[in-house]
Design a protein around this ligand. Structure first.
Ligand code: NOJ
Length: 563
């Protein structure tokens, strides 16, 4: 594959895409930042135990600097029994020994800052681990204990309380309730867990919960982090009385508002968190993991007195389909504009099948699939999708390994799998391990350079050629495409700025839009399309040759043009 990267341009200016900004418009480093998600257990293993760790991340910070991202978001590394890969936190102020120590976290933050990289950490406020002191005490101290009020304990239904208190399903499959055993050994009340049974939901009506999380935020802000990614930000508040959903389907996106998701009461919490963040110097931010029915509802989380960003899961869930992509781009920008927040864009993360695999089959694949599809097609589309994403105004999130064009590992043996949702859903769902396989750094060596002691999930044969080592310096590699794209984006700051794009006429299945000094052309179809001249070719995801009015865009290819 050919890539074209022209010499740095001069004389470009940041601009807002011709849009008049609203009074609520805010500025800051995060407005157009490219943020790289590190999944610590799978990024780099510093101590050779087969599990990634903070020292491993710290060693590889120069790689991220060179890649050209602005910030790093670290998935949880807190003390945890790892029932859900660290999203079950037992102590929010301690590092799990498998990831390192608090001084290791401090050293990582300091080194990142030394390189000019910001650091965002995960905070998990919807639920704790069942091993959290509060929950252990709630169980030990029995019914009526004050600690039980910090979670959702309820008597069961039925004559002997043998049925769950309501009909809520767990996101991971099965009921969202587990029955306790009282200290005297008899079956007792039930507790709520929207995820695994090892992840009891906090009761956010309790003032101690709210106070504790403000204190946790301050703890990490004092250590110097630049912000937080808020896990299940849409789930903290439950509808009064915990009403049944009455046969409604659990949907993360779509039109239903569930009594446990996206309740209006969550916004008061984020207004109070915003005050905590604003009390610190240095532009500290928070980004919501909020699965809401519509992008308009997502915008509520980023009103001027709430959070800074929210993930755009509608975008992530969109197929490689021109009209659908254009629509989600337009609705996302339109939803964010009135609140003055940047749109965000994301294609992959640790919960969904990597986009190189999602795009490898017919449209309509959900966020998780076990189908490997056509690898060549998937990678071609993934590269094109990345250049589209990085040309949009707002902030973009990258997931570790996507810069290597990694496919999902769809054929992991069941016995290797660790995702709790795989086991809860009876193997029908829950294939998140496939995107969590440790990434390859070198062609040779134990676990392709991930570490000196194997890897906690098996890596596929054939990843040597996808390694950082193999791709570095190869102008046709996906890694060099990302490096080039981020380099262009950095020196052309108008690219990420603003809140609108100007759509230009284009054939069916082709998107053409202008940004300041720049045109992006995207062919989402399977055939080459004549697009004519759009300026000087800056970068392309496939073999585009400038040929004036006769310029063709190959199938599933994006090209950037300087005008
Ligand atoms: C969202 C996280 O991204 C996911 O990995 C986790 O399983 C759930 N929240 C529960 O914390």
């Amino acid at each position: 594959m050919t890539q074209h990267l022209a010499a740095p341009r001069t004389g470009t200016t940041a601009a807002s895409g011709g849009h008049t900004e609203t009074p609520g418009h805010r500025t800051g480093w995060w407005q157009d930042a490219v943020i790289y998600q590190v999944y610590p257990r799978s990024f780099a293993d510093g101590n050779g135990d087969g599990m990634g760790d903070l020292d491993g991340v710290r060693d590889r910070l120069p790689y991220l600097k060179e890649l050209g991202v602005d910030a790093v978001w670290l998935s949880p590394f807190y003390a945890s029994p790892q029932a859900d890969a660290g999203y079950d936190v037992a102590d929010y102020r301690a590092i799990d020994p498998m990831f390192g120590t608090l001084p290791a976290a401090q050293a990582l933050i300091a080194d990142a800052h030394g390189l000019g990289l910001r650091v965002i950490v995960d905070v998990v406020p919807n639920h704790s681990s069942e091993q959290h002191t509060w929950f252990r005490r709630a169980i030990e101290e029995g019914p009526g204990s004050p600690m039980r009020e910090r979670y959702h304990f309820r008597p069961g239904k039925g004559d002997g309380g043998e049925l769950p208190p309501n009909d809520w399903p767990s996101v991971f499959g099965g009921p969202a309730w587990t029955r306790t055993t009282d200290p005297d050994g008899t079956p007792g009340d039930w507790y709520l867990h929207l995820f695994a049974p090892e992840q009891p939901d906090f009761n956010w009506e309790h003032p101690a919960v709210a106070e504790e999380f403000r204190s946790i935020l301050r703890f990490w802000l004092d250590l110097g982090v630049d912000g937080f990614r808020i896990d299940v930000a849409h789930g903290l508040v439950k509808a009064p009385g915990l009403p049944d959903i009455g046969g409604g389907k659990l949907r993360l996106l779509g039109n239903d508002i569930m009594p446990f998701f996206d309740q209006d009461g969550v916004h008061e919490i984020y207004r109070s968190w915003r005050q905590v963040l604003d009390a610190y110097a240095g532009d500290r931010i928070a980004v919501a993991e909020a699965w809401t029915p519509t992008v308009e509802r997502t915008a509520h989380y980023v009103r001027p007195d709430e959070l800074h960003q929210a993930f755009n899961f509608q975008y992530l869930s969109t197929s490689w389909d021109g009209p659908a992509l254009r629509e989600v781009i337009e609705t996302s920008l339109a939803a964010m504009r009135p609140v003055g927040a940047p749109a965000t864009w994301v294609l992959s993360n640790h919960d969904v099948t990597r986009h190189a695999t999602r795009f490898a089959g017919p449209p309509g694949v959900g966020t998780q699939t076990r189908e490997a599809g056509d690898r060549v097609l998937g990678l071609r589309r993934a590269r094109a999708a990345t250049l589209l994403m990085l040309a949009l105004p707002g902030s973009a999130y990258l997931y570790q390994g996507e810069e290597l064009g990694l496919p999902d590992v769809t054929d992991l043996p069941d016995e290797a799998r660790q995702d709790p949702s795989f086991f809860r859903a009876d193997g029908q769902d829950g294939f998140r391990d496939g995107c969590r396989v440790p990434i390859p750094w070198t062609r040779a060596g134990e676990s392709y350079g991930f570490g000196a002691g194997g890897s906690w999930l098996p890596q596929p044969a054939g990843w040597a050629e996808l390694s950082v080592e193999a791709q570095t310096g190869d102008p046709g590699s996906t890694l060099e495409l990302y490096r080039s794209a981020l380099a262009v984006r950095r020196r052309q700051p108008g690219l990420g700025a603003g809140s609108s794009v100007e759509w230009l006429d284009a054939p069916e299945g082709v998107l053409v839009f202008a940004r300041p000094g720049f045109v992006c052309t995207v062919n989402t179809t399977g055939t080459a399309v004549r697009i004519g001249a759009h300026g000087r070719l800056l970068l392309a995801s496939g073999p585009v040759t400038e040929n004036g009015a006769d310029t063709d865009l190959p199938p599933d290819t994006t090209a950037w043009w300087a005008v």
